[in-house]
Design a protein around this ligand. Structure first.
Ligand SMILES: Nc1ncnc2c1ncn2[C@@H]1O[C@H](COP(=O)(O)OP(=O)(O)OP(=O)(O)O)[C@@H](O)[C@H]1O
Ligand SMILES: Cc1ncc(COP(=O)(O)O)c(N)n1
Length: 265
């Protein structure tokens, strides 16, 4: 049986992040990808030119259509835009018997806000408590938990601060630190450091979405959280290494890197 994985996220018209990155990742990892669109962005390699939230009834209806008939083995969340959507999605996840990977998307790579400041409290009190794994980047850790990570040694404090909001596991992504690309996965008792060489490639649009979707895909296949995160890290590292130019700015990671023979571009 092919596992079903659901992303609840925003659309990126440029195809590098958001729903589009999630579905490509799911295909590459051999699961059936499904989507609940929370917002539509007009976006490209240069930034986000516009964003429109969908009505909360539309998000609830999409979710119910998928879960009630098809069923899901894992859920992943990305851009949720507003407090109302964060709270609705948290409630839907709480009623779903499947692991949930929560990527608490705050701002795009270009600095465009993808979550209202007024939604942060709902992320802390409603969304994080229903997460099996939360995957904040360093800016999101600062916004959510008020911890500034300036070096690898601060990541443990950051993880403890996020875990206090109730996710079972937290994966602190150190992609924005200099040096190796180091992430820390912990549930407060086990600690797993994931280290990969930093690829000197500016075309990294979509790394966070890709990593979280890969974790959800591996969980849906029955892996444990540490196994799923290790496999997801391998996948995103290869995708960053193969990231390519597109448009005039920051290009996407290559979701199809494992399928390429090396002659395509
Ligand atoms: N240049 C790089 N080389 C290798 N791995 C990277 C690089 N940049 C990021 N990563 C890895 O990609 C994953 C996503 O991390 P990152 O901190 O970039 O998340 P994010 O900030 O949510 O994504 P984005 O920067 O696209 O918004 C992590 O596993 C991180 O270590
Ligand atoms: C619709 C949408 N969702 C999320 C991101 C963040 O992307 P990244 O994976 O680069 O952090 C984005 N730029 N657009």
């Amino acid at each position: 049986m092919i596992p079903n994985v659901l992303t609840v996220a925003g659309s990126d018209s440029g195809g590098g992040a958001g729903i589009q990155a999630d579905l490509k990742t799911m295909l590459a990892l051999g699961v059936h990808g499904m989507s609940v669109v929370t917002a539509v962005t007009a976006q490209n390699s240069l930034g986000v030119q516009g964003a429109w939230e969908l009505p909360v009834e539309s998000v609830r209806a999409q979710y119910r259509s998928v879960v009630d008939d098809i069923g899901v083995q894992a859920v992943k969340t990305g851009m949720l835009a507003s407090a109302e959507l964060v709270e609705a999605v948290a409630e839907l996840i709480a009623g779903t018997d499947a692991p949930a990977v929560v990527d608490p998307v705050g701002v795009s790579k270009h600095g465009d806000a993808l979550l209202a400041a007024s939604a942060l409290d709902s992320v802390r009190t409603k969304l994080l408590p229903v997460a099996t794994v939360a995957t904040p980047n360093l800016d999101e850790v600062a916004q959510i938990a008020g911890v500034r990570v300036e070096a690898e040694r601060d990541m443990r404090t950051a993880a403890a601060a996020v875990l206090a909001y109730g996710p079972r596991w937290v994966l602190i992504k150190g992609g924005h630190l200099p040096g190796d690309a180091v992430d820390l996965l912990t549930d407060g008792s086990e600690e797993h450091w994931l280290r990969a060489p930093r690829h000197d490639n500016r075309h990294t649009h979509g790394t966070g979405c890709t990593l979280a979707s890969a974790v959800a895909s591996q969980l849906a296949k029955g892996q444990s959280v540490p196994e799923a995160v290790a496999a997801a890290k391998d996948y995103v590292t290869g995708a960053v290494a193969a990231g390519f130019a597109l448009g005039g700015g920051i290009g996407p990671v290559d979701h199809g890197w494992r399928f390429r023979t090396g002659t395509e571009r």
